[in-house]
Design a protein around this ligand. Structure first.
Ligand code: PLP
Length: 356
């Protein structure tokens, strides 16, 4: 008997392996360092603003997310027509592929990079083209340009790169953009932009202003600490932003997510205090790891990468014993988020005890 069949590409979608919650150990606080979440609670005033709005849950959200568009346009100094808000930047990646790719079209990205990329690309019936990272865990932008064919519709540049940590420089991005054909969309995934502290950092907004094919994706999930509410945004030339809004899920961004995002944007000084504290912890962790003999790549996000090969699973188990949960990529390495001071201390302890 024939039965309903999804499109054949659906069976090829790789699973998303979410960061595990910590194992509960009696008498020991456990820490989740597996999802690059913010260890701080929401910014001051955000919980109160959301609480005042929960009583309206019988109503649909403002479908146009008007207050959020206005706040973002004001903060970034860009026209609201050049913005598209969505259910996190994962939602934006889905919308980009949906709006720009026919089945069989190609999407080029570095690998290993953000695991949602091949999922979104395969779900749309497009073809994922993975370009290996360089040995120093950085994007090989020349090889990515070389991988572009006449089927390529999108190139994704993840900077800082999740899970390895390095970010591209403005000079590298400019040289890359000069070589990408103008009809290929270049997505600069800036999920961790607030944490970047390097020479010649990318100025995403200035770059978008100079190019008709550059899209920035950003999120409230990481620095802003709103991962549970699912809200992010794209900055793009007007026609691209319009296409992203056209394919967006109607009423996708909830009322409380819109309110939390607007309230968070009003707290820039407090945001940067927390980000600076996390960056200071990142520096402490990276310095400690290097002093202990670990060769960790440049860490520009809120996480560090351990290149462990086939010892990855052992490392994750040893971490669990110490009450910290890391994100293992079996056979490759482990990503560990910068968390509470105590959690970071335990990571340094683990790194001191675990064979290099
Ligand atoms: C976390 C992350 C995102 C954002 O996720 P959302 O919660 O969907 O906004 C996007 N890109 C990268 C590289 C990430 O690590």
């Amino acid at each position: 008997m024939p039965s309903p069949q999804p499109r054949p590409n659906i069976a090829d979608i790789p699973p998303y392996v979410a960061g595990k919650p910590p194992t509960v150990r009696p008498g020991m606080t456990s820490y989740k360092l597996s999802s690059n979440e913010n260890p701080y609670p929401p910014l001051p005033g955000v919980v109160e603003a959301v609480q005042a709005a929960v009583g309206q849950m019988n109503r649909y959200p403002d479908m146009g997310s008007g207050a959020l568009y206005a706040a973002l346009a004001d903060t970034l100094d860009v026209p609201a027509e050049d913005l598209s808000v969505a259910t996190g930047s994962v939602g934006l990646i889905y919308q980009l592929v949906h709006a720009f790719c026919e089945p069989g079209d190609e999407v080029v990205f570095a690998w290993r990079s953000f695991e949602a990329y091949p999922i979104a690309v395969t779900a749309a019936g497009a073809t994922a083209v993975r370009v290996p990272l360089r040995p120093d865990a950085r994007h090989d932008l020349d090889a990515m340009v070389d991988a572009i064919t006449d089927r390529t519709r999108i190139v994704l540049v993840c900077t800082p790169n999740n899970p390895t940590g390095p970010a591209v420089t403005q000079a590298e991005l400019d040289a890359f953009l000069a070589r990408v054909p103008p009809d290929v969309v270049v997505v600069v995934d800036e999920a961790y932009v607030e944490f970047v502290r390097m020479d010649d950092p990318v100025d995403g907004v200035a770059t978008y202003r100079r190019h008709e094919n550059v899209v920035l994706t950003r999120t409230f999930s990481k620095a802003y600490g709103l991962a549970g509410f699912r809200v992010g945004y794209a900055v793009a030339p007007t026609p691209i932003a319009g296409a992203l809004r056209a394919v967006s899920l109607p009423f996708g961004v909830s009322t409380i997510a819109q309110i939390a995002a607007v309230a968070s944007l009003e707290r820039h000084a407090e945001l940067m205090e927390r980000v600076d504290a996390l960056v200071a912890e990142r520096t402490r962790v990276v310095d400690g790891l290097r002093a202990a003999g670990w060769d960790v790549p440049d860490a520009q996000g809120n996480f560090v990468w351990f290149d462990l090969g086939d010892r990855t699973t052992d490392f994750a188990l040893a971490a669990d014993e110490l009450g910290i949960v890391v994100r293992p990529f079996a056979g490759e390495g482990a990503r560990v988020s910068i968390g509470e001071t105590e959690a970071n201390d335990r990571l340094l302890q683990l790194a001191a005890d675990f064979p290099r």
